[in-house]
Ligand binder design. Sequence first.
Ligand code: DX5
Ligand code: ZN
Length: 224
Amino acid sequence: MIELAFSILAADFAHLADEIARAERGGGTIVHVDVMDGHFVPNITFGPPVVKAIRPVTKLPLDCHLMIENPDEFIPAFAEAGADMVSVQVEACRNLNRTLQFIADHKMLAGVVLNPATPVEMVFEVLPMVHHVLVMSVNPGFGGQKFLPRSIERIDHLRRVRQEQGLNFRIEVDGGIAHDTVASVVHAGADMLVAGSAIFAPGKTEHNAREFLQIARGAASRPA
Ligand code: DX5
Ligand code: ZN
């Protein structure tokens, strides 16, 4: 199933509820929340209070991408705030297996994230316990960056390993995913598509989301 996980990092923060509603009307089915702490990445965004504030305005699952140091310290707060999925950067976890189990113990779907320079093999041991693997296709920290093309072979690699091992984690991709790059990542095997700047634009959000999904689903139904 191909899904658009729209990143509210690119939304108008003064009107978050309206922005989410627009992207949802365009067919988006996951709210992607980019949590940044100014340490793991050179930017600061939002945390559990914002998750709590948007929880009542949508029924869509809230997918919290933690770009933070010491993610274990904050997992209970995200669960309490109403997060449905939490993904942690493999580079920020000393005991990745324990962190993923901790997320699951809090009744959330656990994901693991790979930065562009991190070998995909770093997550092989935990593939049976994750709901999704998030392949960063830019260096994390900011929206609106250029897609890194090597991400395609990284997604393909994960898809092959999934098949060989009979696993069923989903593959999410994040960074520079837009109308001109989405088909290539769908062909490689991604099915949770994060997009921010390609979706949110004054007066065009609903249209952008619909068109984006049309391209993505078109790619999924056609061989590369
Ligand atoms: C970057 C974030 C992304 C970002 C994507 O660190 O993880 O989710 O919002 O933005 P675009 O779609 O503009 O590349
Ligand atoms: Zn993200």
